[in-house]
Design a protein around this ligand. Structure first.
Ligand code: GDP
Length: 202
């Protein structure tokens, strides 16, 4: 399940502009600063593959990376920029939700949640929306290497991720699969790739 080859294919603004070759894909999404670019780079073992600009309002795009010529990793813009103007947030909502609902080759959304801090309302909102719309989802807890800090609520990553799972229970018929990761230690890297391989073979 390793990544031998990874190449950036295209940035799309609308679902209908996404690649049309029918290869299966997995989308990574999460709050800005959750560690999405770090995880993406750790998955492909390459620095700076994630070409998405971090400036809100610039590349609010759906970015396709083709892996081993047989499937896609899709980088979606981070949500929850405190500084993003309201109309931009609405835009994000519109095109990513359209993508989730209408992209037929989407196998699973990988929702990234920062395990080093307590659950944020916006993360609960997205998990709830995905659950209620029955979009297949995998929970990826990031920054699991971080120690507990008083200012972050004083809980360990394990405690934060348990709390999160409890809070979203009601939104799902069956609890989504979940994986603990760290881009510092590469924890969870192989598990994610194996999980994606298993999902592709269903
Ligand atoms: P993005 O905005 O979601 O793409 O987040 P980045 O990948 O740029 O990471 C945001 C910040 O979190 C950076 O300062 C990273 O160094 C840090 N970070 C990302 N992943 C990890 C991780 O697994 N462990 C730790 N300790 N820090 C991380």
């Amino acid at each position: 399940a390793q990544v031998a080859q990874a190449e950036f294919v295209k940035s799309s603004v609308r679902t209908e502009d996404c690649p049309s070759d029918g290869l299966p894909e997995f989308a990574l999404v999460g709050r800005s600063n959750v560690g999405k670019s770090s995880l993406l780079n750790s998955l492909v073992r390459r620095k700076k593959l994630a070409l998405t600009s971090k400036t809100p309002g610039k590349t609010q795009c759906i970015n396709h990376f083709r892996i081993n010529d047989s499937w896609y990793l899709v980088d979606l813009p981070g949500y929850g920029y405190a500084a993003a103007p309201r109309e931009l947030r609405t835009d994000w909502d519109k095109f990513t939700k359209d993508y989730f609902l209408n992209r037929s080759t989407l196998v699973s959304v990988f929702l990234l949640i920062d395990a080093s801090i307590p659950a944020k309302p916006i993360d609960l909102e997205y998990a709830s929306w995905l659950g209620q719309n029955q979009i297949p989802m995998t929970l990826v807890f990031t920054k699991c290497d971080k120690r507990k800090k008083k200012k972050n609520g004083g809980k360990r990553p394990e405690e934060n991720l348990n709390d999160f799972q409890e809070l979203i229970q009601g939104f799902f018929q069956t609890a989504p699969p979940w994986i603990m990761t760290s881009s510092v230690t590469n924890q969870g890297r192989d598990e994610i790739l194996l999980h994606m391989a298993q999902l592709r073979n269903y």
